[in-house]
Design a protein around this ligand. Sequence first.
Ligand code: BDP
Length: 719
Amino acid sequence: MSKTILIFFATLFFAPHIYAEDGYRLWLRYNKIKNAQWQKSYQDHIKCWLVEGNSPTLEAASKELGMGLEGLLDNKIPKAKSSEQQGILIAGTPTGSPLIAKMRLEKKLEPLGNEGFTIFTDKTNTVIAANSDAGVLYGVFHFLRLLQTNQPIDNLNISSSPKLQRRILNHWDNLDRTVERGYAGFSIWNWHTLPDYLDPRYTDYARANASIGINGTVLTNVNANALVLRPDYLEKVKALADLLRPYNIKVYLTARFSAPIELGKLSTADPLDPTVQKWWKEKAEEIYRLVPDFGGFVVKANSEGQPGPQNYGRSHADGANLLADALAPHGGIVMWRAFVYSAEDTTDRHRQAYSEFVPMDGSFRSNVMIQVKNGPIDFQPREPAHPMFGAMPETPLMMEFQITQEYTGQGTHLVFLAPMWKEVLDFDMQTNGVGSTVANVLRSSKTKNKETLTGIAGVSNVGNDRNWTGYHFGQANWYAFGRLAWDSDFSSEKIADEWIRMTFSNDEKFVESVKKIMLNSHEACVNYMTPLGLHHIMATGHHYGPGPWVGDLSRPEWNPTYYHRADSLGIGFDRTSSGSNAVEQYAMPVREMFSSRKKCPEKYLLWFHHVGWNEKLASGKTLWVELCEHYYKGANDVAEMRRNWQSLKGMVDEERFSEVDMMLQIQEKEAKWWRDACLSYFQTFSNLPIPEGYEKPAHTLDFYKSLDYPYSPGIRPRW
Ligand code: BDP
């Protein structure tokens, strides 16, 4: 065989591997559009294209548009030579683009603020216009999304702008590259090779975030290490900030409250001590010399052992204001976390953040935001909305969601989180009459000086795994977070639809089937883990798998038994006035709803009520029977998710098909594990049989109790 023929066959053999669908390209794959009709329509409309203007952001937009069009369309579309042509796709701002300036778009652009964009058809031209270069970049990504999802572009008239200002990923990444609650490998930040080596992955990370409107990233873990504030680390931070800036992404850091002691060698970190104030002021100046648009600090203080102002008898407001004063001259903000609960405080953990923070409403500087988790406990599969939302009208509150799936199956369960987040965002707190949804509270959040400061944070699920999130479907949660941060009015269905089309395929049958899998996955997870308002019954420490029997941990509120309170009479945490009375933290109509055994939505029932095993629920069935049915339904739904996925074989590349299939197999097995372990355990209290017709638990309770799960990252296997 001649050498050429050999090379030819070798290429054929290796080609699929070179172009493997390994998930690296996320939802920005830009594969050729298969549908001939759409190909033709797009080619007819775009004769040439141009991003007009000069800036690193516009350059990024131009690169993306060129790459996208080249990938998606059969024929190469030329870049326009002059911006006067027919059939041009033109993108820019009135200040940077003469063609757009001529269009007199003031009226159209005015309401879009500094990050929104408009896309419209103007005779034979398509225009992407914005007030800022960042808006143009977002518009370009949106336009590409239209093509990627096979939408018509012949008569466009779109205007879109973000509903919240700060849309931020929180990386819980340590400086040694381990990731707290990370299930996708090590941290993507390689502190070893920074600042000189800039991993191309950083740019792809920036593109992915910009494509969904994320405009900030906190590089480090909330359980903070002061070292990141040392000059050598700050040089590395600067390198990342420089790289991310063109994509409209600001860098933030976590600030360890005791840094003045650890780094500055001071004897105290007391926020009222002038030497401490001076230290932070100078540290801020040093940071801003390197990173002029530095976003600010996230702080976890006096929570789970982290140092904070209370170590010096000071309040959270004293602590937050200390850092706020240091950042204010430079335009930085403090995101002070409300995730506090104390070993000394014997009141219901549900109550503690509210009790601590609400009385301080109005005492924070105007560049402080309080970052509140979606629910009052801790990122559980389902929680009622945190009662702090709406309860601090003088203080900007930002939402904290957890994208990484610490409590929802970690790196192996397909759980699409958009429906869970929407449930909270759309929940009406009624603090100000009807219409005070959590989303509205976030959007209208004001400082005591009435300045608007709004935001949302998501704890990232990104690591250095080739596919970024460990599991292909983890990408959907990153995507959904960005889309909801931009506009929480988007439906879960719309978001899933876009993501599936861009990530996998536009085939209608495929899209519909995968959408069904995704949209049912959160409820399935709630059902096989914590139905009817149960919560925090995960195994200790790593939180993977069931551990409802655990009751011997040193801090009461770390024990699952603290939360489910099962006894011979029933199960659930009485948070009404006969119990912890946490319901009183909700505004009246909501309080009444949660307090009332009859009106309380059943999905929160055991969160707020201790209910007798034989009490009837709305269906007329007893609590015990309902509990069983929910657990069985959850596990059965996962089996169905898997069957549905398997029916799609051949409609998607083999790599991702089989990777997802293997994961669903794990999930199916583990959903049963959850169901059987929990029901076997709760049965020791109810003394009631699993209803007829259901397969009985495969093992004894002792077997489930004996299971150890030493495999998730960061967990040391025990002998
Ligand atoms: C919990 C996590 C823990 C975090 C903590 C937090 O288990 O690793 O440090 O939240 O948000 O859910 O600070």
